[in-house]
Design a protein around this ligand. Sequence first.
Ligand code: SAM
Length: 273
Amino acid sequence: MRIDVVSIFPEYLAPLELSLIGKARQDGLLDLRVHDLRDFTTDRHRTVDDTPYGGGAGMVMKPEPWAQALTAVAAEGSGDAAGAGDSGDARKPVLIVPSPAGERFTQATAHQLAEEEQLVFACGRYEGIDERVLEWAADHFTVRPMSLGDYVLNGGEVAVLAMVEAIGRLLPGVVGNPESLVEESHSDGLLEYPVYTKPSSWRDRDVPAVLLSGNHGKIAQWRRHEQYRRTAERRPDLLAEFDAGKLPRADRTAFADLGYDVVDGRLKRRPDA
Ligand code: SAM
């Protein structure tokens, strides 16, 4: 996969040289390049922002440096931005524009984006990027404004660090044991069960006995039920989306103990629970 990140603070992306993502780059699994937006300006001061039309606080990122930068990085990559408009959507790279006003980035989004050939991230700063850049870019890219969550950061760089790590670790060969990607939080719409390591007794706290039993069926069931308990406690919103139609009886009982009944394949919280 090829990833391009455009930012006025390229050094902010340095952590992408470390750990698993850094190793994936070294191993040639991920071709990740960071570009300075100011290299695509033409004035002496390398200006990237200006005052907002209509007034108001803050500055807005000017459109032309973005158009220059995005055209250059897309042409360099596997996509052909210049010709993509004529040749159909299949060849368009995906342009991700981090924004608190974007669609929510989730594990499902990460899986979807991990299938792409080229991703381009446009890191906004100040009050964001002139809206016409997104309109123009739609002719050359699949444009996806994307939010990390319902809060406001100073710039897109931190969001890109998170998104690139979430996407990059799904690429084949990046995580040593691919099984570890299967049982994670959000992989099946639930939070992960609690995990423990040695020693089995630590500061008067014992590891749950079932995990020491060697009974793999019982361990798997305990873990599933812990996922239900944890998700019900911490993220009940996830349970509304959970497909409960095929749950075995023991799992329905576990949910009943947590105050949930299965109705038409969905979990419904009992009003008295
Ligand atoms: N005025 C914008 C608004 O209210 O929607 C916020 C601009 S914010 C100060 C500057 C930049 O930070 C945004 O252009 C975006 O790149 C990034 N950003 C802020 N919050 C974000 C979030 N929750 N998810 C992704 N990117 C975010």
